[in-house]
Structure formats: C-alpha cells, structure tokens
Write a protein that binds this ligand. Structure first.
Ligand code: GAR
Length: 228
C-alpha cells in the first residue's frame, strides 16, 4: 500500500495530516498531544488512539475527549509477530502520516519498525543514549548523575536507539527520589512531545540517512536540547 508521507493539502478534515497514537498506560503524553492538536498546533487529526492494554487508563481519557479508540490486546495473540501484524493492519487502515508511541510498552518486531520508519517517533524518560530500557529514574539516582531528562527520537530497529529529535534536561538534586524525578520528567515530556509532533506534521522534521533533520539542518546527536 502506498501511504501518504507528511501530506499537506487544502484545508478540511479529509486532507489534514493524520496521527495514530499508541499507548499502554496512563496516556498523559497522548493527552498533551491531543490538547495541542485540538488547538490546531499542529493542524492535524488524531485518527486513532490504540492501546495493547484493555484497562489502560489512557483509553478512557481518549474516549472522554471523543477520540477514536481501539484496544488490541497483545495477550490475544500467540506470538509477537502475529500481534504486530494485526496492529500494523489496523494502523494502516487510518493511513497515518505519523505514528506516535506514547508510553507504548512493547518491543516492536523489525518488520513493524521498518514499515513506519521515518514516520514513527517515541518518547523515553532518559537522556538517550543513556539509560535505554526500564527503571531509568532509579538508575540515574544510583549512578549519582547530576542531570536527567527525557528524549523524543525516531524509532529504528534497535530499542530506544533511533536518532534523537529533542531532549529536555533537568537537574537532579540531593532531595530527589525516583518518584520526584518521574514527576519532573513527565512535566517536560508534555512540553517536548507536542513540539516534536508539530515539527513533523508541519514538514519541518525528517529522518534521512539515519539522522534527524530540522528545517534541513542536521540536529545534534542529543537532539535539540532544552534546559528545564
Ligand atoms: C512516559 O514517562 C514515557 O516516557 C515512558 O512511559 C511513560 C508513559 O506515560 N515511556 C517509556 O518508558 C518507553 N520506553 P503516559 O502513559 O502518561 O504518557
């Protein structure tokens, strides 16, 4: 199937770029993006919010916003491949310009990643490439780091490893614990994720040659860094 890339056309809902958001949990990043889209920044449609977890709180929040929601429970599938195939078919029905992973806690198969490469982004609660994987806040504390943060990046086949787009950096204080860091990081997530979505939908952000580009300029390996 030939999918549109970053399409822009005359105004009207039919021609607006489409976003599909994948979640597994509380959906606070999905809401932050939905708020910006509702304010037409960017001017796009959220075609669907899809969760692999039926009881994910984010699904109800999306319904409360009258967003189109779908649950595809990964436990209903015998293998990772079968689940990803079903998810892919479902996503493709919406012909999205952008697939947004917003707390989607699944390891993706290579075929899935390749299908959306260059138009799928993720948010991860660390200053990637540091602390890929889980428990990032605790690991930052145990390492005694003086700074922590969050990264939005393009998704490639290696987990938490695609080119960085934007990072927010936060100071770590002696009083911080994993919960306070999580709260500080989430506050920044809700700022930087909508920015990255807006850049992409406006055609300013691209992945090319395995790197992230903004306004045709190569972004630094860290992505654009914002100090909180
Ligand atoms: C966010 O903190 C996000 O960075 C993290 O899951 C949380 C989802 O929160 N993602 C990852 O750890 C991905 N590796 P939300 O459901 O409230 O948006």
């Amino acid at each position: 199937m030939n999918l549109p890339q970053n399409g822009h056309g005359p105004s009207g809902s039919e021609s607006r770029p489409k976003i599909v958001i994948l979640i597994s949990g509380s959906g606070s990043n999905m809401l932050a993006i939905a708020d910006q889209v509702a304010a037409k920044a960017p001017d796009a449609d959220i075609a669907a919010v899809i969760s692999n977890v039926p009881e994910a709180a984010g699904i109800q929040k999306a319904r409360d916003r009258d967003l189109n929601t779908l649950v595809i429970n990964h436990k209903d599938f015998a293998s990772r491949d079968e689940f990803d195939l079903k998810l892919m078919r479902q996503i493709d029905e919406f012909q999205p310009d952008l697939v947004v992973l917003a707390g989607f806690m699944r390891i993706l198969t290579p075929g899935f990643v390749r299908r959306y490469e260059g138009r799928m982004i993720n948010i991860h609660p660390s200053l990637l490439p540091k602390y890929q994987g889980l428990n990032t806040h605790q690991r930052v504390l145990e390492a005694g780091d003086s700074v922590h943060g969050v990264t939005v990046h393009f998704v490639t086949e290696v987990l938490d490893d695609g080119p960085n787009i934007i990072q927010a950096v936060i100071p770590v204080s002696a009083e911080d614990d994993a919960d306070s860091l999580r709260q500080k990081v989430q506050k920044q997530e809700h700022i930087i994720y909508p920015i990255a979505v807006k850049w992409f939908i406006e055609g300013r952000l691209k992945m090319d040659k395995g790197k992230a580009w903004l306004d045709n300029a190569l972004l630094p390996d860290s992505g654009l860094q914002l100090e909180a």
